[in-house]
Design a protein around this ligand. Structure first.
Ligand SMILES: [Zn+2]
Ligand SMILES: [Zn+2]
Ligand SMILES: [Zn+2]
Length: 184
């Protein structure tokens, strides 16, 4: 429990320190040089570094008081700059999606949604997926249907949001701000 409280505290500092919006694509952090990860945009990199070495993926509560029903799923692995989904090796991406969907399902049953914001609107450089209850009214016809987690694309530009559909998943691409598809 103490560890959990520490996590909350770290996350609280992080949220209070976060700017309203930022472009993290130019982030110059490097885990080999700890000083470079002291920037506000890199707070989640520091949280990832604190995970035990064997931990590949982990869950954080979104500490923003305006988003009480939100969680974040993160990989421990860093990538340069904006930590784009497409920068991660395919097996890591697949495992990340499996972990995120399992986490989302545990919390929201079949009502879950997962959102990945584009780099232009992210306030944190470290890769993170938002988890919450899917907003039905957010549904559009602009989606790709995939049957398997392995077929979820990793766009080179922009974010994506995913929610379950009969026999597979809807993947909505082509937007920067995607987390609005999730209940706050
Ligand atoms: Zn950074
Ligand atoms: Zn990082
Ligand atoms: Zn959809």
């Amino acid at each position: 429990m103490a560890a959990m409280r520490q996590l909350w505290f770290a996350a609280a500092c992080l949220w209070l320190a976060a700017p309203a919006s930022a472009d993290v694509s130019q982030c110059a952090c490097d885990p080999a040089i700890p000083e470079t990860m002291k920037a506000r945009n890199c707070s989640l990199c520091a949280v990832a570094e604190k995970q035990p070495p064997g931990v590949e993926f982990f869950v954080l509560k979104d500490i923003n008081p305006r988003k009480p029903n939100r969680w974040l799923v993160l990989p421990r692995m860093h990538k340069p700059g904006a930590h784009e989904l497409c920068d991660y090796p395919k097996p890591v991406r697949d495992a990340l999606w499996r972990f995120a969907i399992r986490t989302a399902r545990e919390k929201f049953g079949e009502e879950w949604g997962i959102a990945y914001n584009g780099a232009q609107v992210r306030t944190q450089c470290h890769m993170h997926l938002h988890i919450g209850r899917f907003v039905r009214a957010a549904e559009t016809k602009r989606f790709r249907f995939v049957r398997r987690v392995e077929d979820i694309p990793a766009p080179e530009d922009g974010g994506l949001w995913v929610h379950p559909a009969p026999g597979g998943y809807h993947v909505h691409v082509g937007e920067q701000i995607t987390e609005t598809a999730l209940v706050r």
